[in-house]
Design a protein around this ligand. Structure first.
Ligand SMILES: [Zn+2]
Length: 287
């Protein structure tokens, strides 16, 4: 009997940062104070590595340069477990708050640190808070000049903090960078995030499963799923912030691990580079 056609391979990505780095708390927590918060990222990454090993899955970990300098063995530990290391910039600043020169310095410092620690080239990038938006598209040229090939920073949604609502929803070339946007569902004239971060954590799992099936089976495209180590950590210290930020950050932390395990049972995942290698457009035009 011919083998049953298996579902598409989706991309799995993890933004390796701590709970105090997030944009939701940027008003309350200054970068100068980051070193005063107890770091929980390594413990949480350990939990994720264990879940991935149990499910025999590989993923791309976008490591924040600040975290890599604090924990110099962490990126190596992730890479040694068979995963891909990507770069999440150094200081987790919105690109629109940086000059092109500052942005170049930020990513150069982070990428050099990660390459030194892992002794591997780093090709994938994700901007903090998906901050490649219409006014910061210049960042793509700098990424290419600094050695990156794949970016996953343009969220094709309308959102108060990020997004290019009319951007292409699926992997595509943007000049010298191959862009792989986070998964969205299109309804009417709008796109909606469905399978990453707060969307994954706050929406009922059945909706995320339906959305990825639509993307894989109807649109015949891979989905980009992402989450953060702190999203699996209900014990993390609480930061006094306005209600909206607290709701965004703390809701459903205790059910996230179960949700992710269901996702891993229901769909196939791998690193971003492996999913891109299966894309004929990526293979043909790779420079
Ligand atoms: Zn981040």
């Amino acid at each position: 009997m011919p083998p049953v056609e298996r579902s598409l391979l989706n991309a799995l990505s993890i933004d390796v940062e701590d709970y105090f780095h997030v944009e939701a708390f940027a008003e309350q927590v200054s970068p100068d104070d980051w070193c005063n918060f107890p770091s929980r990222v390594e413990k949480n990454v350990g939990i994720i590595l264990e879940i991935l090993a149990r499910n025999k899955l590989r993923a791309t970990f976008f490591v924040l340069g600040w975290v890599a300098e604090l924990l110099p063995h962490l990126a190596r530990r992730i890479a040694d477990a068979g995963h891909e290391i990507g770069c999440h910039g150094y200081a987790h600043r919105f690109i629109q708050r940086q000059t092109p020169r500052q942005f170049r310095e930020d990513i150069r410092r982070a990428r050099a640190c990660l390459m030194d620690q892992t002794q591997q080239p780093i090709y994938c990038f994700r901007a903090p808070s998906f901050s490649i938006i219409k006014s910061t598209l210049w960042a793509l040229d700098i990424l290419a000049e600094e050695g990156f090939r794949i970016d996953s920073s343009i969220f094709p949604v309308k959102h108060d903090l990020y997004g290019i609502p009319d951007a292409d929803r699926f992997p595509h070339w943007r000049d010298r960078i191959f862009e792989f946007p986070p998964a969205t569902i299109r309804r009417g004239n709008s796109n909606f995030g469905v399978a990453g971060g707060g969307y994954l954590r706050l929406l009922p799992y059945g909706l995320t499963r339906w959305a990825i099936r639509e993307i894989n089976e109807k649109e015949r495209q891979p989905a980009m799923v992402y989450f953060h180590p702190w999203e699996l950590d209900p014990e993390q210290p609480r930061i006094a912030a306005p209600l909206r930020s607290r709701l965004r950050h703390y809701t459903n932390l205790s059910t996230m691990q179960k949700k992710i395990e269901r996702l891993f049972r229901d769909f196939r995942f791998s690193t971003i580079s492996e999913v891109c290698q299966k894309n004929p457009e990526f293979r043909e035009l790779r420079r």
